[in-house]
Design a protein around this ligand. Structure first.
Ligand SMILES: Cc1cc2nc3c(=O)[nH]c(=O)nc-3n(C[C@H](O)[C@H](O)[C@H](O)COP(=O)(O)O)c2cc1C
Length: 213
């Protein structure tokens, strides 16, 4: 059983963080979840449930262990490099949190835990969410990438016939799990075959506003 930190910050896509935690727990791992204040606010808007209700949904998973860490608790185990974890994922990662990690400010438990992963040379994965990206965002990503941080932006692949929003989310979660070296079969890997996509073939190229009621 591995120990992983999952950070959720205040940007679109907290469903990716929750799906990732669910998969880690199902695989019998231990998860330390740290969520920023804005992370809690944005997830209510996007997932129509507050933080406590979403955690209660994870509680039904009977394998693994979930620890909820307060964002201002610098006394947490994950604040120290002497506490071993197998990796950390910030999913989704706001440009604010990305900048704080790149600057090493460690002003909350999420950015402190990320800083600890960096100083201990442990796996750190970010799922940065913003579009379009400006030069500051890109420079911060490059700076972190150069010291080994894995960038997995939530960019879908259309090559393996995604049919639902769930398929697109699974692709990103699967990439994060693979980068943590956690086995998973959440999405169909490239098989080298030239099969044709039914979804894309049937797409009528009309915008939403052109759809007939
Ligand atoms: C509804 C909503 C959506 C947001 N989406 C994004 C986003 O996609 N990317 C981003 O970098 N910031 C986004 N923000 C802004 C961040 O929440 C803001 O920069 C905040 O300071 C981030 O704080 P945190 O990194 O501590 O969570 C969004 C804010 C709101 C209210």
């Amino acid at each position: 059983m591995g120990k992983y930190i999952v950070g959720i910050s205040g940007t679109s896509g907290s469903i990716i963080g929750f799906r990732l935690i669910a998969e880690l727990l199902k695989s019998d791992h231990e998860v330390y979840l740290v969520t920023t204040d804005l992370g809690k606010k944005v997830m209510v808007r996007e997932l129509s449930q507050d933080f406590e209700a979403l955690i209660a949904r994870l509680d039904v998973i009977e394998t693994g262990i979930l620890h909820i860490e307060a964002i201002d608790n610098f006394f947490s185990l994950i604040s120290s490099g002497s506490f071993h974890v197998d990796g950390m994922v910030v999913a989704p990662c706001s440009m604010g949190t990305l900048a704080a990690i790149a600057a090493g400010t460690s002003e909350n438990l999420l950015t402190r835990a990320a800083d600890v992963c960096l100083k201990e040379h442990r796996t750190l994965i970010l799922v940065p969410r913003e579009t379009p990206l400006n030069a500051i965002h890109l420079e911060n990503m490059l700076k972190l990438s150069r010291i080994g941080v894995v960038m997995i932006p939530p960019i879908p692949s259309f090559a393996n016939n995604p049919e639902t929003m769930g398929d697109l989310i699974n692709q990103i979660v699967s990439r994060c799990l693979s980068a943590l070296a956690v086995e998973n079969d959440l999405y169909k890997r490239w098989d080298g075959k030239m099969s044709r996509s039914k979804i894309m073939t049937n797409h009528n190229f009309k915008s939403q506003s052109q759809k007939t009621p």
